[in-house]
Every structure is written in C-alpha cells, then in structure tokens.
Write a protein that binds this ligand. Structure first.
Ligand SMILES: [Zn+2]
Length: 184
C-alpha cells in the first residue's frame, strides 16, 4: 500500500519521521514542541503571571494553521475537478505576496475554463505559491489584496481574525490547537 502523509495525505513526497512528508514534518515537530512547552511545569508556573504564554500559544496556532493550509493544498491537487475558487484563492495569495493587484474580471473567467485547463492552471499557480521564498507558507485568500501595506502572505489578517473572536471562542481555539491529534 502506498504510504501517505499523516497530515496532508500526499503520496508524492517522501514520508519522513513519524509518518509525515518532508513539507509537513517541520511544522508538526514545531507544533509538538510548542505543546510540550506550554504544558511544561515551568511554563504552567509562568502562565499564572502571563509570561510568554501568549507568544507560545500564538506560535502553536500558527503552526496548526500552516498544517491546515498544507492539507488544503493537497486536497486540491488530488481532486479530479478543481473548483475555480481554489485557483482564485491561490492567485489572490500570489498577488498579495507579489505586491500587485488582480484583474477581477479575468479571474472570474476561470469558472468558464474546461476541467483540464483548470487542472493545468491550478497546478502552475500552486507550484508558484509553494515556491515563494517565505518563512511561513503563504495563506490562501478569499479576496484580492485590499491594502497595499499588508503583503505578508495573509498572516496579519489571520492574526487579526483571532482578536475578533470572543474570549470564549479564543479559549476554545487555543484548546483545540493544544489537543489536536492527527490521525492516519
Ligand atoms: Zn504532508
């Protein structure tokens, strides 16, 4: 049976330690390390005074978000028919990071493309997004770049969304990140 990555389910990349592919392993390891740190007795003691806890939780949320993004990308790669919104999301991400704008009328025409053309376009844009030289993977976007100052790959907006949640929603999200267990 072909082995697939525990996170993104890819069978294309070599499977490394713990059943994760070369792309996911770094983020999985990072998330696990942060979970251990947050749970460590020294950290629990610090948490009482709020020292450093917010930073650790932020970094854990980011690692979990990256793993989710990598799963999303592979889902698109595996589909027989690529939805136009997937291609749009990648184009918006690319435009954002490249500090350029998107012609919405042209992007809207993607949905008229035949299935085979969508596949080709999707794979080209995805490979460009994946090869951007960024520390964190660029996040997909649901709309084109709005503000010229935010060409950060979607991470500033992602960070802001957290603070738009209620405090109980934030706690729930943090708990989900701490408890996340990936299954095969
Ligand atoms: Zn993977």
């Amino acid at each position: 049976m072909m082995r697939h990555c525990h996170n993104c389910k890819s069978t294309v990349r070599p499977i490394k330690r713990s059943g994760f592919c070369s792309r996911c392993l770094y983020w999985h390891t990072k998330a696990e390390r942060l979970r251990r740190l947050i749970h460590s007795p020294a950290q629990v003691e610090k948490n009482g005074r709020g020292t450093n806890a917010a930073s650790l939780k932020y970094r854990l949320r980011a690692a979990v978000r990256v793993l989710e993004e990598l799963r999303w990308r592979e889902t698109g790669r595996a589909k027989d028919c690529v939805d136009s919104y997937r291609i749009r999301s990648l184009i918006y991400a690319l435009a954002d990071k490249s500090r350029t704008s998107v012609d919405e009328a042209s992007v809207a025409k993607i949905q008229d493309l035949p299935i085979r053309s969508r596949r080709v376009l999707h794979d080209i844009v995805l490979s460009m997004v994946e090869n951007l030289p960024t520390r964190r993977p660029v996040l997909r976007r649901e709309r084109g770049p709005l503000r010229p100052s935010l060409h950060d790959g979607g991470w500033i907006e992602w960070g802001r969304e957290y603070w738009l949640l209620t405090s109980s929603e934030r706690q729930e999200l943090d708990r989900a990140c701490l408890d996340a267990k990936l299954t095969t």
